[in-house]
Design a protein around this ligand. Structure first.
Ligand code: SAM
Length: 339
């Protein structure tokens, strides 16, 4: 088998690895490694699992470098604990559950999704409500989605808050903030700016709980709204951010969102959207191009775009001085002003 053929086989069998790691997280296998190495027999008792089947899983996890093995004992390396133990600050179990519950069934219908140029929610779940209505019907699913997105956003937020001077603004509104990680990071660094979030009603109670738990309940205002129907706060914000949301919607809806934001903003206000655009010649990058397929099967027309398409949409919506702001980290900032 030549190298390219081998790579193709690896891609095709990639789901073996996906399901091995999501099953291990689902079964909470790693949690018993917090204090000490485990034999398969001890672990099987603690997890109430059949030892022979569990051993197959452990051997696979060793082969994938998630566990080490010495003699009869399996060991979880220290460096993995933060994201594999369910009380670790970077726990990836949120993502695992979201994959198992939503993404894997939706992606099973990818070829039909491409043929029909349509989402596969009906085929996968018999459910034709919007992506967010379906996702937000259950509090555990809200938590899974928002928690892993909050972790994904962390490197972007570090780059944004270190490079951008938020103190030049009086009031900052983060639309579709999710778990609120960006306003929290801004609150920690810029003491004087007023902060607010506008989120869908179904995401609000989870968000309020998270902000309250961390002591930001008073510092960050939470307003229910919908940027597509134009239900936006009455107060004027001189800085508005929309993170990783344009790509959740089709071209026409993206234009409605941008026009609604433009209309709601005061003269002199600045709007920033953070996205992970396609390369200018639409050759990738790989993650964004796969995310675009993910949007196809899950959302109503959500799609990834390249930078010049985002810039054109901003201009068509009425924004001036439209430009890209490069910051460290995974996202690109698209900036426009209302003059
Ligand atoms: C993919 S998440 C992005 C979260 C976060 N802003 C980030 O950058 O990682 C999209 C967020 O937008 C919110 N959202 C989706 N449609 C919305 C709408 N029409 N109006 C307001 N918020 C919306 C969702 O509830 C979700 O929290």
């Amino acid at each position: 088998m030549n190298k390219t053929m081998q790579q193709t086989v690896d891609h095709m069998m990639g789901f073996f690895k996906t399901k091995t790691i999501t099953a291990a997280l689902d079964l909470k296998v790693f949690d018993h490694f917090n204090d000490q190495p485990q034999t398969v027999e001890d672990l099987a008792t603690k997890c109430s699992l059949p030892p022979v089947a569990l051993d197959r899983l452990l051997i696979a996890l060793v082969s994938m470098d998630y566990l080490n093995k010495e003699g009869r004992e399996y060991i979880l390396p220290q460096a993995h604990k933060d994201f594999l133990l369910s009380d670790g600050s970077q726990w990836l179990g949120w993502l695992g559950r979201h994959i198992d519950t939503f993404l894997y069934p939706l992606w099973s219908n990818l070829s039909t999704g491409i043929k029909q140029d349509n989402h596969q929610r009906e085929a996968a779940f018999g459910d034709d409500r919007s992506w967010f209505d379906m996702l937000y019907q259950n509090l555990d699913d809200v938590a899974d989605f928002q928690e892993f997105l909050g972790k994904f956003a962390q490197p972007f937020i570090e780059g944004f808050t270190s490079e951008y001077d938020f103190s030049q603004h009086k009031r900052f509104l983060d639309i579709g903030s999710g778990i609120g990680t960006l306003p929290i990071a801004v609150a920690n660094k810029f003491k004087d700016i007023e902060l607010a979030i506008c989120e869908l009603p179904q995401a609000r109670s989870f968000l309020l709980d998270k902000l309250g738990e961390q002591g930001y309940g008073k510092r960050i205002d939470v307003i229910e709204g919908n940027v597509i129907t134009g239900e936006l706060p009455d107060i004027e914000y001189d800085l508005v951010h929309l993170g990783w949301m344009l790509h959740d919607y089709g071209h026409e809806t993206q234009m409605i969102i941008l026009r609604n934001i433009f209309q709601a903003m005061p003269i002199g206000g600045r709007f920033i959207a953070s996205e992970t655009p396609l390369n200018d010649d639409n050759t990738g990058p790989e993650f964004t191009s796969l995310l675009s397929l993910n949007m196809l099967v899950s959302t109503d027309g959500g799609i990834e775009s390249n930078s010049s398409t985002y810039i054109k949409r901003f201009k068509d919506a009425g924004f001036s001085n439209v430009r890209i702001l490069d910051i460290p980290g995974p996202r690109t900032l698209f900036v426009g002003e209302k003059i």
